[in-house]
Ligand binder design. Structure first.
Ligand code: LLP
Length: 447
């Protein structure tokens, strides 16, 4: 039986009760790769990348323009993943030298890569220019001058986008919504002579820079298809103003990422077709009202491409019933990982779904909390879920939707080596990123 949402598309529970991912049983995965391990369903990732590209291409073709989908590598990037999304027709958005290096190692052409960052180093900008990236998204007025100087030094003209903050506040948690005023990203649209407008004028005035677009990213884990409309409207108004005032028509508008996914059974993810149509309708209507031609559009999904493709496989260790003040009992189920492989529950209070995947149980479900092996009580993997009352050491437990910001935000807290990312496809598994070893950790220690 296919497990359905929120599990990867190829997750099946067999008659004997064991689960397989893309045809590989969890017992075999644990035996071959150990636990914890992130298990990534390649076909699901490719299908999601395609779904986003096709939904947006179709919606924007309707309004007579084109769209590019940039996979936001911060959600999770490895050489294979960069190659796969590129094969599926996506480009790659990077935010650091590390992400840029992985995309380049994967053979993604520089022209199909973007570089973000609110505090890019000179070295990062130089590497991006050398690689011939398709766009550097500038995030501040000082960066306009820095990129121009480095472009002059390299003897190239740098393609730049200007990141603006539209004042639209959307998404799941304060730390991940990015376009309200009091935060570090982008240039504000507020005021008659806004920082955003000044940055655009500054870019236009520099012969070392080529203005390729205006960029807006409003937040993450957005579930309302209309959330992007106000931001698009404000970006397009800015574009029209620059056109009227300086005769410069910006060719491209990037509406950012943030497309939300379902983390729990019964939740619905943001529908790619619906949000693509909502964005396209807004862009067409606003451009008509402003009497400016429709721009090319780009978007930057990260979570929506990789999040649901991956589950983390853990082995259950200590199981401890704890009596609560109200008389209920909460069963604390400790696993062999924790906040070092998934920081999101501790950092954002994010909710996850877990199941025992190595067997079926007929025991009555109990109120459970899945916790890790780290030295603090906030080390929670799943705040609250139901697990069978006979959950015990040695069971394999999987947590769904850990593909985005799981491995990419993993740490070595308590000097725990980070788990591998194992791709599964058509009954076979292969390691994309190997497990860290104690030797890896000791190798950094100069003694
Ligand atoms: N574009 C830009 C400029 C971004 O800053 C981000 C995410 C994205 C695209 C991709 O957003 P997505 O489609 O993945 O939502 N660590 C947080 C999420 C931080 C998002 C940072 N920027 C989390 O675990 O929820």
């Amino acid at each position: 039986m296919n497990l359905g949402t929120p599990w990867p598309a190829g997750a099946v529970r067999h008659d004997d009760g064991e689960v397989s991912f893309a045809g590989v049983r969890v017992g075999a995965l644990a035996a071959q790769h150990g636990t914890p391990a992130y298990v990534l369903d390649e076909a699901d990732l490719r299908a999601r990348a395609r779904r986003y590209r096709e939904a947006f291409e179709e919606a924007f073709a309707e309004i007579g323009t084109s769209v590019e989908v940039f996979y936001a590598g911060k959600a999770f990037l490895s050489v294979a993943v960069a190659r796969w999304v590129h094969e599926e027709g996506l480009r790659v958005d990077t935010a650091t030298a590390g992400e840029l290096a992985v995309a380049l190692r994967a053979g993604v052409p520089g022209a199909a890569i973007g570089l973000h960052g609110n505090n890019k180093s000179d070295a990062e900008i130089r590497t991006a220019l050398e690689a011939g990236v398709g766009r550097i998204i500038v995030d501040s007025l000082v960066e306009v001058d820095r990129v121009a100087a480095l472009a002059a030094e390299a003897g190239v003209v740098a393609p730049v986008m200007v990141r603006v903050t539209t004042g639209v506040h959307a998404g799941g948690h304060e730390h991940i919504s990015t376009a309200h005023e009091d935060q570090k990203f982008g240039l504000s649209l507020a005021g008659e002579d806004s920082p955003a407008l000044r940055a655009l004028r500054a870019v236009v005035a520099r012969p070392e820079l080529r203005l390729v677009g205006i960029h807006s990213h409003i937040g993450s884990q957005i579930l309302d298809p209309h959330a992007y409309e106000l931001a698009a409207e404000r970006v397009l108004a800015l574009r029209a103003r620059l056109h009227a005032e300086a005769g410069v028509l910006v060719e491209e508008v990037d509406l950012g990422g943030g497309f939300g996914v379902a983390y729990l059974p019964g939740e619905a993810e943001l529908d790619a077709t619906e949000v693509a149509r909502a964005q396209a309708r807004t862009v067409a209507a606003v451009c008509e009202r402003l009497a400016t031609p429709v721009p090319r559009v780009s978007i930057e999904p990260g979570r929506a491409v990789v999040g649901p493709t991956t589950a983390t496989l853990y082995t259950v260790g200590t199981v401890k019933p704890v009596e609560l003040e109200d008389g209920r009992v909460r069963t604390y189920v400790s696993v062999d990982g924790g906040m070092s492989d998934n920081l999101r529950p501790a950092l954002y209070g994010a909710a996850y779904h877990a199941e025992i995947v190595s067997r079926r149980s007929t025991a009555e479900p109990v109120l459970a909390r899945v916790v890790g092996k780290h030295c603090e009580s906030g080390d929670i993997v799943v705040h609250e879920c139901e697990l069978p009352g006979d959950v015990r050491a040695g069971d394999l437990l999987a947590v769904a939707v850990t593909g985005a910001y799981g491995r990419s935000m993993a740490s070595n807290y308590n000097l725990v080596p980070r788990p591998p990312v194992v791709a599964v496809r058509e009954g076979t598994s292969r390691v994309l990123v190997r497990r860290e070893t104690l030797e890896d950790l000791l190798a950094l220690d100069e003694g």
